[in-house]
Design a protein. Structure first.
Ligand code: RB5
Length: 154
């Protein structure tokens, strides 16, 4: 599985640690920056990962900022991206099982290293349940296309 990962300045330390963890678990990791703690704007880094998920260049994305919230708002602007912010393993599990989330956004300020690892491990190992949830996820995609058509025309 290919995973894109990026952060803003507040998430840069957690990002490097998670990128190493994922590599040690044999995932193919695209670390899309930043690589130093200088202040950056989170939308630019969310876009790097979200675009790779949207085009299929990677299978999943991980984004980290102070709260995880700005990253999530930005990532969900990209076609086909289902981004979630998770603060615990339970929501990480449900976001995969019920929502087929393909991007997870984490709070560098709120999560300890240990909890961040737990959340990411749970999120990566949980499969989508399909069934009735597939209909609902499909509906999200239909609404996304309907809105794009309403705004831009066909
Ligand atoms: C940066 O100060 C902060 O706003 C950012 O890391 C994030 O929490 C935004 O949602």
């Amino acid at each position: 599985m290919k995973i894109g990962i990026a952060s803003d300045h507040r998430g840069v330390a957690l990002k490097s640690r998670l990128a190493q963890l994922l590599q040690s678990m044999d995932f193919e990791v695209h670390d899309l920056g930043p690589f130093e703690a200088q202040s950056v704007d989170y939308p630019d880094y969310a876009a790097r990962v979200a675009r790779e998920v949207s085009t299929g260049a990677v299978d999943r994305g991980i984004l980290i900022c102070g709260t995880g919230l700005g990253m999530c708002i930005t990532a969900n602007k990209f076609a086909g991206v289902r981004a979630v912010t998770c603060q615990d393993s339970v929501t990480a599990q449900y976001s995969r099982a019920h929502n087929d989330a393909n991007v997870i956004c984490l709070s560098a300020d709120q999560l300890s290293d240990q909890l961040a690892d737990q959340v990411v491990r749970m999120w990566l190992k949980t499969e989508f349940d399909g069934g009735r949830h597939a209909r609902r996820v499909q509906r999200i995609g239909e609404l996304e296309r309907e809105e794009a058509e309403r705004i831009h025309g066909s």
